[in-house]
Design a binder for this molecule. Structure first.
Ligand code: SF4
Length: 735
């Protein structure tokens, strides 16, 4: 192959387009790996509508990791104390199939669990959950998106009647006020932030509000930084709503015509006076008032959030409280406005569409809905009642299931739970109790290989063809352009082969990923995430496409008897036709078409600081690294950029504990301890400390942030509160 290839960056949910050229055309040193070997050259794809040619350091250096430490063939061992031995695919498949049959006979299908990943392409997701939920009859398929954005999913479903971020990246260029809460987009979604920042900087007319206990790069670029006390997001949001209501800056027409539940909500927010809120959030009252003023003065407000909101024991309530502000001010369904969750993984959105969490089915269907189950059973050629009506195990429930001996087979693919799950001491101890763990990944070793009995080599991005959906619902075809190393197979091929060997030949007759995709999109017909108009051929010819996208593309209906009034309201307010946004008709996916307000008081942190553990630890990400460093830890430029983990401590807290800058500090929580060099900085609020989460046992010694975190989760989304736990600090020199 000599031509360049257009594809998608496989790191984060921004979903930037890449253009890669083969090594033969590469002549200068910037396109060589650290050993001087020529590698594929990566450029931003200027024609990609989401990123317009921009790319961050992760995307730019991706080719340096693709050939390092690859798992080349299946390996197996009887017990975790044995060494792995190379086996054939046949032997590995036989062992897995035998275990599935044994578990079904002895424990039932619910003894089988699979934990997948937003690194999957949509085709991988689709086949994995068809195998588990359809053929085996257990909904125990969950993905690492549970740790990332399941609160956003739950919030959208409850407020709008279905999942789906209603905005698009063009809104970044059109907003009057960007309200960023619980997201350090400059580091974690850099190309989204670049685009927004360019717009804000242009004439400084548009305002940028950042809510974060840390003075991040994102906060430094803001017009207003609200460094709230961790866990007080709902107080702040209700406080802004209180002022908007007090000042009469709400849209009563929109509230009356398009929503339900405002009066109960109004009753709740009456209690959030500026004095109360400023005290709870520990911010100056003027900052709260200024934030509300920016909201009030802006025709178009765009809220962006990610894990700082989602990873919370009240994550769904936080998401819905953000949405409340948009509903009361009619900041939705028009350009430059809306509640916009940013996804972490590159294809977390694809997982949502394909049924990639334990409570959902493909096409935004629910396992609890009998009609949805029946539609799938018929489509897949299964007997009635084959799909279980019960939500399956979320990932933490898989861990507790292992502890109780209820899991007979754990299959992990494209994720590294021995670093990324909370309460790692408990997580690892549970993994040790698994009767049989299959681990499927592109790289070897990772921290999780230590807990596997069978490891399967997976083809990764660039070695298989499939689709991914980014945060703005943009679907990009990501073609195979390099050969697979060793005996690696695409994830979906592995799942399909196991399905066939279990006797489901009719259900897994696929030869190519295009066939898988063709089947999957049929299940989106007339669903909110309709993709029937997206064939591989069309994606190849026209480039990325945004859903909804049906075969029969009709212009969105604007004027009808029913919506005529709203439509003229919309035109007056927004002045632009709908197209790339959801809810432009101001009709939501609830049975009565109205969005729902929700009234919440804040409960605060699940584990607040106390006398023994007086500080709040918050964990997060650095610009160059991706999650558990499976790829970025193998890229010299990035490891030089971020050589070591650290702990950010405010000078006041450092004095209290007697810690000097650079000194090694032991951080203890109720669950474990870890050690980091101190970085004493006013960038973190007093009472809070920050540690990056990227370092697992492979990359550091006793530097795992998740040894400290706890698994308490939002009761609705089941997303754990990875963002906050109570800790104490001790200088290592005094131990
Ligand atoms: Fe890749 Fe995300 Fe960077 Fe874009 S912003 S290049 S998708 S890591």
């Amino acid at each position: 192959m000599t031509d360049s290839v257009k594809t998608l960056c496989p790191y984060c949910g921004v979903g930037c387009g890449l253009e890669v050229s083969p090594p033969a055309s590469t002549t200068h040193a910037t396109h060589r790996d650290s050993q001087g070997k020529p590698i594929w050259k990566v450029m931003g794809d200027r024609s990609h509508p989401s990123s317009k040619g921009m790319v961050c350091v992760k995307g730019a250096t991706i080719m340096e990791a693709v050939d390092k430490d690859r798992l080349l063939y299946p390996m197996m061992r009887e017990s975790l104390s044995d060494s792995f031995r190379r086996v054939s695919w046949d032997e590995a498949f036989d062992r897995i199939v035998q275990q599935i049959k044994t578990v079904i006979q002895t424990q039932g299908a619910d003894g089988i669990c699979m934990y997948g990943s937003g690194q999957f392409q949509t085709e991988d997701y689709y086949i994995a959950q068809k195998l588990l939920k359809g053929c085996l009859g257990t909904n125990n398929f969950d993905a690492n998106s549970r740790l990332c954005m399941s609160s956003a999913v739950a919030g959208y479903i409850q407020s709008f009647g279905s999942d789906g971020p209603p905005c698009c990246y063009d809104d970044l260029d059109l907003t009057d006020c960007a309200f960023l809460i619980g997201t350090n987009a400059a580091d974690c979604h850099p190309i989204v932030f670049n685009r927004l920042h360019k717009h804000i900087k242009k004439d400084r007319k548009a305002k940028l509000i950042v809510v974060d206990p840390r003075t991040t790069k994102t906060a430094e670029a803001s017009d207003l930084h609200l460094a709230i006390k961790p866990g007080t997001d709902i107080d702040l949001l209700n406080g802004i709503a209180h002022l908007l209501m007090l000042w009469g800056k709400i849209d009563t027409f929109f509230i009356d015509e398009c929503t339900q539940g405002f009066s109960q909500y109004a009753e709740i927010i009456r209690h959030y006076s500026p004095e109360v809120v400023a005290r709870r959030c520990n911010i100056p009252i003027e900052h709260l008032e200024q934030a509300a003023k920016y909201w009030a003065e802006s025709e178009r407000v765009l809220s962006l959030w990610s894990m700082g909101i989602n990873q919370s024991s009240e994550g769904t309530a936080k998401v819905r409280t953000i949405i409340n502000l948009h509903l009361m001010t009619a900041n939705i369904g028009k350009p430059g406005a809306g509640p916009f969750s940013l996804t972490g993984q590159p294809n977390a959105m694809g997982g949502r569409e394909a049924g990639g969490l334990s409570h959902i089915l493909p096409g935004y269907r629910s396992v609890k809905n009998a009609t949805h189950r029946s539609e799938l059973e018929q489509f897949w050629g299964l007997k009635p009642g084959q799909i279980s009506p019960n939500p399956g195990r979320d990932v933490w429930s898989m861990i507790t299931g292992l502890e109780r001996g209820e899991v007979g087979l754990l299959w992990i693919a494209a994720t590294n739970p021995a670093v990324s799950l909370p309460d790692l001491v408990r997580t690892k101890s549970a993994l040790l109790q698994s009767p049989l763990t299959v681990y499927q990944d592109a790289y070897y070793p990772t921290e999780t290989t230590a807990y596997a009995h069978i490891i399967l080599p997976a083809a990764q991005w660039s070695e298989k063809t499939g689709t991914m959906t980014n945060s703005e619902r943009m679907v990009t075809l990501s073609p195979q352009f390099r050969p697979r190393p060793g005996e690696a197979k695409a994830d979906w091929e592995i799942f399909a082969e196991v399905g066939r060997r279990l006797g489901f030949t009719q259900q897994f007759q696929f030869e190519t990923s295009a066939e898988v995709h063709r089947e999957f999109v049929q299940l989106t017909r007339n669903r909110p995430c309709e993709m029937t108009g997206m064939s591989y051929e069309r994606l190849q010819q026209e480039g990325p496409l945004q859903w909804p996208c049906s075969e029969t593309e009709t212009e969105p209906e604007i004027e009808t008897k029913e919506t005529g009034l709203l439509s003229s309201w919309f035109k007056n307010k927004a002045g632009q036709p709908p197209g790339k946004r959801l809810y432009t008709h101001l009709k939501f996916n609830t049975p009565d078409g109205r969005a729902r307000f929700a009234a919440f008081h804040s409960k605060g942190l699940a584990e607040p600081p106390d006398e023994n553990y007086p500080l709040v630890l918050t964990v997060g990400r650095l610009y160059g690294h991706w999650h558990t460093q499976t790829r970025t830890g193998r890229i010299e430029k990035i490891t030089k950029m971020h050589p070591n983990p650290f702990i950010e401590i405010h000078p006041k807290d450092a004095v209290k504990v007697g810690i000097q800058d650079g000194e090694l500090v032991e951080v203890r929580s109720r669950r474990g301890s870890a050690q980091f060099p101190a970085m004493i900085t006013k960038a973190i609020a007093p009472g809070t400390v920050f540690v990056p989460m990227h370092w697992g046992a492979l990359w550091g010694n006793n530097t795992e942030a998740n040894t400290l975190t706890h698994p308490e989760a939002c009761p609705i989304s089941l997303e754990p509160e990875l963002k906050a736990c109570a800790v104490q600090l001790i200088p290592v020199s005094s131990l």
